[in-house]
Design a protein around this ligand. Structure first.
Ligand SMILES: *Cc1c(COP(=O)(O)O)cnc(C)c1O
Length: 344
């Protein structure tokens, strides 16, 4: 299925900026084409606009072909580009499933694109018939977050498959927390659905939020659109180097961190459930835990006074009474549990 009919007409006919680095292909010794400073500083050259080396390493890790990978300045760049590629301002809209990640709404608001909300069910799954009923020909993008922020649960693969099949626009599945989940990535559905975009990131399990590197996996057709619209050098040289280095030499560190975080998640889950003012610890597939309790605002403030900051989600749809707690290092989690056990 072609997705051209979903793309904004100005983007379809856009002639992208052609950079010096993308125009010349081949080998040479002398580069006088990009107005760079020729003296070697280690960073005097523009970076590879399409990050081929880094994509090859990511392709290897994820089992997705390089021509189905886009890299963004954080997943946030990919979210912003999807909205600008597919949604005509003041005419089209996106669908979101609250409670969910805030950037989908913010990116749409900045682009002057409408937002339709279809609540998750009380067990935090997409309400498939309600989503299908809410959609019309101007519903260009459906954002699904799995595992979902702030609830922590994974969306059932059967629901995602059913939405990819029934929703007539682009389905974005944001898997920022997939490394912490037992559920398989939706990249396994890419061969089946050309309207699917799967987002992942180096910001969470890889411990590299500071380098700003997000990944989008999708059909080669949508990758071409991303590449047309992105700023030419969106991933800087340092980020490309550091990410490549991490993939080549730090996979063991990554696995160690992940295993500590998963066992700490379990320890925190059990200890939180023991607290007398805690009503419910929601099951989580992410590196955070949503906890429903008596007096969430008071507990939030009590923790702030103890120098511990968590996220107050008490006023968020379906999250009344809840704080969202990130799994920290063992000693940080100890400090949290000591504070909570001493709460008057
Ligand atoms: C943290 C998070 C991200 C990560 O965004 P980056 O721009 O890659 O740092 C994306 N989606 C969700 C749902 C998140 O919680």
């Amino acid at each position: 299925m072609s997705i051209n009919h979903l793309v904004r007409p100005n983007i379809l006919k856009l002639v992208p900026y052609s950079s010096a680095r993308s125009e010349f292909k081949g080998k040479a010794e002398v580069f006088l084409d990009a107005n760079e400073n020729p003296f070697e500083t280690g960073l005097n050259r523009y970076p590879d606009p399409l990050q081929w080396k880094l994509k090859a390493a990511i392709s290897n890790l994820k089992g997705v072909p390089v021509e189905q990978i886009f890299l963004g300045n954080g997943s946030d760049e990919a979210i912003d580009l999807v909205v600008r590629i597919f949604c005509e301002p003041r005419q089209d809209h996106i669908l979101i499933l609250p409670p969910t990640y805030g950037m989908y709404q913010v990116s749409a608001d900045i682009a002057d694109v409408g937002v339709r909300s279809v609540s998750l069910t009380p067990d935090f799954q997409p309400d498939v018939p309600a989503i299908v009923a809410a959609a019309d020909k101007h519903s260009k993008i459906l954002f699904i977050c799995s595992p979902n922020n702030p609830t922590g649960n994974s969306v059932d693969l059967a629901n995602i498959r059913s939405l990819c099949a029934q929703f007539k626009g682009i389905v974005v599945v944001d898997e920022a927390y997939i490394d912490f989940s037992k559920a398989a990535s939706c990249t396994s559905l890419l061969a089946e659905f050309s309207n699917l975009i799967v987002l992942q990131t180096f910001s969470k399990a890889w411990g590299m939020a500071g380098i700003r590197l997000g990944m989008a996996f999708t059909s080669p057709e949508i990758i071409q659109l991303f590449n047309k619209v992105k700023p030419p050098y969106n991933i800087n040289q340092l980020t490309q180097q550091i990410a490549l280095e991490a993939l080549e030499t730090s996979q063991d560190d990554y696995k160690k961190m992940l295993s500590v975080l998963l066992s700490e998640r379990e320890r925190l889950t059990n200890a939180l459930a023991e607290l007398k003012f805690v009503q419910q610890v929601f099951p989580t597939d992410a590196n955070f835990i949503l906890v429903k309790m008596d007096d969430p605002n008071g507990t939030y403030q009590y923790l702030v006074d103890a120098g511990i900051i968590v996220r107050n989600r008490n006023s968020v749809h379906l999250c009344a009474g809840s704080l969202r707690i990130t799994v920290g290092r063992p000693e940080e989690n100890d400090a949290l549990l000591i504070a909570l056990n001493n709460r008057p």
